[in-house]
Write a protein that binds this ligand. Structure first.
Ligand code: KIV
Ligand code: NA
Length: 267
């Protein structure tokens, strides 16, 4: 109820009641999620869970815009954050601005997210100074899967932990309004949260983060292989199987459609 949440609303939640977030990609699920979360992320994880790709690298700006529009249209309360896809923002801050401006203008979303820490700080500051709220994303950054050597948890030695902490400080100082911290050892999630002034949104980080996010298909039980950090809160996959098999049985037995599903002539 009331007006839609904004990036400053999320920033103001630092250190307070945990921020609740899920990904969502379409108009079928978004209305169910909208009243229950603080922000919805239209993540580029849609590559895998909605389009059957094996990484997020093949996602285009046009695809993110199409999904972002669907989610904005079908919600009214949650802040909508749309991921900037691989290749749309890394080359220069000017290119990043053009891509982010398209995302915001064409979808009506309230913020964008991009991956990368210290190397992206200048870009984050450039966008933030020009009216684009930016959520950063550090630790296990899936667009860097080839450089990281796989989808692996991060921060297992002191050098790696220092680098990730430096990334967190850099994006916070650059003006990001929040930062996703993905797939890092739990004490590092806690340390980052204590040391920066913007909310940390954990996914496979720690319960001490200022908020949490999960891929909705994973937490609903719609995906078969999930990382350690996913808890299944439902079994929607089983519900789909049950409904489709009941339908198939009814069609084969001519129990469906019943009289109540068919039209009688009026005259
Ligand atoms: O694309 C995505 O779903 C994400 C979240 C997992 C943070 O970036
Ligand atoms: Na993403």
């Amino acid at each position: 109820t009331g007006r839609r949440r904004t990036a400053p609303d999320i920033l103001a939640r630092k250190g307070g009641e945990p921020i609740v977030s899920l990904t969502c990609y379409n108009a079928a699920f978004a209305p169910f999620v909208d009243p229950l979360v603080d922000f919805i992320l239209v993540g580029d994880s849609l590559a895998m869970v909605e389009h059957g790709m094996d990484s997020t690298l093949g996602v285009s700006l046009d695809l993110m815009i199409a999904h972002g529009k669907a989610v904005v249209r079908s919600t009214s309360q949650a802040l909508i954050v749309v991921d900037m896809p691989f290749g749309s923002y890394e080359a220069s801050k000017e290119e990043a601005f053009r891509a982010a401006a398209r995302l915001m203008a064409e979808t009506g979303c309230g913020a964008v997210k991009l991956e990368g820490g210290a190397p992206m700080a200048e870009t984050i500051a450039f966008l933030a100074a020009r009216g684009i709220p930016v959520m950063a994303h550090i630790g296990l950054t899936p667009q860097a899967v080839n450089a990281l050597g796989g989808f692996k948890s991060q921060g297992h030695d002191a050098v790696a932990r220092d680098k990730i902490l430096g990334d967190a400080i850099a994006v916070a100082e650059a003006g990001a309004f929040a930062v996703v911290v993905e797939g890092v050892v739990a004490p590092l999630g806690d340390e980052i949260t204590a040391k920066i002034a913007i909310p940390t949104i954990g996914i496979g980080a720690s319960a001490g983060c200022d908020g949490q996010v999960l891929v909705i298909n994973d937490m609903l039980g719609l995906t078969d292989r999930v990382p350690r950090f996913v808890k299944r809160f439902g079994n929607v996959g089983q519900a789909v199987t049950d409904a489709v098999s009941a339908y198939a049985d009814d069609v084969r037995a001519r129990r469906f459609p019943g009289q109540e599903h068919t039209y009688k002539p009026r005259g």
